[in-house]
Ligand binder design. Sequence first.
Ligand code: ATP
Length: 223
Amino acid sequence: MHIEQQKIPQATAKRLPLYYRFLNNLYNQGKMRVSSKELSEAVKVDSATIRRDFSYFGALGKKGYGYNVEYLLSFFRKTLDQDETTKVALIGVGNLGTAFLHYNFMKNNNTKIQFAFDTNEGKIGTEVGGVPVAHIDDLEEKIGEDISVAILTVPSSAAQGIADRLVKAGVSGILNFTPARITVPDHVRVHHIDLAVELQALVYFLKHYPLDVEENIESDEED
Ligand code: ATP
């Protein structure tokens, strides 16, 4: 994803795919414009944040008119590099890995899981969700120059070792679904998603910070 980093703050950049998906749906329904209020309700970001975000995109909404859907979409397409497909590898075809392979990431954005890897002989040579499963020993050879992103769904104990190999093979982004915190060089970006922790956090917040209905809107966290 090529975003003009110096111009768009990271917090805004993170919301881009969300906006893009929603606006694309609107466009497909034939809608030409959208108000920040409508957007706010749909993507659960407050409308002041949306207005500020969109001002970075050079889109200035007009009162009583809203934003031009087509203009925004063409901006997002350019910014998100939607013309180019990012090839992804998935390591660990267990329950979670299998679910991801069946989930069609292509529907909403241009990423494609090209190869999956595992150590289990019973899985190697099969296809899961249309993706071939290769032996982990063939990781470096298959990844080649093409694959820049990897999804890690191996057991925690294997996470660091695999991450080291991925980095050596030239991967620059890792989506880590294992509970293990992995260490990588500065030029590699790791996004860590621990589903168990997320669920626990949600339950904790529900218990201790009950929401007012009015506040049920994601707050803006600027980096
Ligand atoms: P999940 O955590 O996805 O629910 P699971 O409980 O089915 O998975 P795990 O033991 O977590 O199984 O392993 C996930 C997958 O990772 C399995 O298919 C396993 O064979 C594979 N795996 C384990 N070690 C490695 C490794 N070093 N390299 C690649 N794959 C591995």
